[in-house]
Write a protein that binds this ligand. Structure first.
Ligand code: ADP
Ligand code: TYD
Length: 201
């Protein structure tokens, strides 16, 4: 079966914008409608994802931005090969809670060249639908997990949001207003996905 059989949907946004909530609700709604759907996420629970989480993101070790970008790309490579491509080949809808645009937004906000980030992620199939849940960082500050200091995080999240909004401007991402209720955001995302599915059938 060809790759066109499956559909890759990514859900993007700054930390605590509601991605996991929405990705899971989307999976649930589509399943209820009879579609074969899988939920997946990055960083993954695989070797590189765990290493990132344990040592870099929540651990003490700070690594240069280039190393972080390469680790995310390694994690994504395994994710694509082991999970995403096989599911797409089986004709499933894959909903990924973060994907390539997380690298484009976060790692460019960390000062890296956008084209270099694209280059090291070239192996990754483009999402058919890439949704960006937009919230100002101040709006979700109370939801943030205590990782690095909150102030440091806030400043960083502002830069990440700017990077995401630039990708919206470039039509790489579809912006959804995340300041609304969970239900309102959910129905807009479902509408976008169903519109795409109806066009291709
Ligand atoms: P992310 O995956 O982007 O980090 P989550 O989906 O885990 O975000 O949501 C973070 C927290 O915010 C959770 O407690 C969730 O219930 C809550 N939340 C998510 N979306 C909304 C919303 N639209 N309005 C209010 N609270 C929300
Ligand atoms: P997060 O979605 O919070 O995952 P978890 O809840 O499993 O820890 O992601 C962790 C952090 O990783 C988050 O701050 C965003 C960052 N990140 C990148 O910087 N680049 C990437 O390519 C990805 C996938 C995530």
């Amino acid at each position: 079966m060809s790759r066109e059989k499956g559909v890759l949907v990514s859900i993007e946004g700054i930390d605590a914008s509601g991605k996991t909530t929405q990705a899971k609700l989307l999976v649930k709604s589509l399943k209820e409608m009879g579609y074969r759907v899988v939920y997946t996420k990055e960083p993954t629970d695989g070797f590189w994802g765990e290493l990132l989480r344990e040592k870099v993101l929540y651990g003490e070790k700070r690594v240069p931005a280039v190393v972080e970008a390469l680790l995310f790309a390694l994690d994504r490579f395994e994710h694509v090969e082991n999970n995403i491509k096989p599911a797409l080949k089986e004709g499933k809808i894959v909903v990924s809670d973060r994907y390539i645009h997380s690298s484009l937004a976060y790692q460019s906000a960390a000062g890296l060249d956008l084209n270099w980030i694209r280059e090291i992620n070239k192996f990754a199939p483009k999402p058919d639908i890439a949704i960006y849940i937009d919230v100002p960082p101040e709006f979700v500050v109370s939801r943030l997990k205590a990782k690095r200091s909150v102030m440091e995080k806030l400043e960083n999240q502002r830069k990440v949001r700017e990077a995401y909004l630039k990708l919206v401007e470039d039509k790489e991402l579809i912006r959804v207003d995340g300041k609304r209720s969970i239900e309102d955001v959910q129905s807009q995302i479902l509408e976008i996905v169903l519109k795409f599915l109806s066009k291709r059938s």
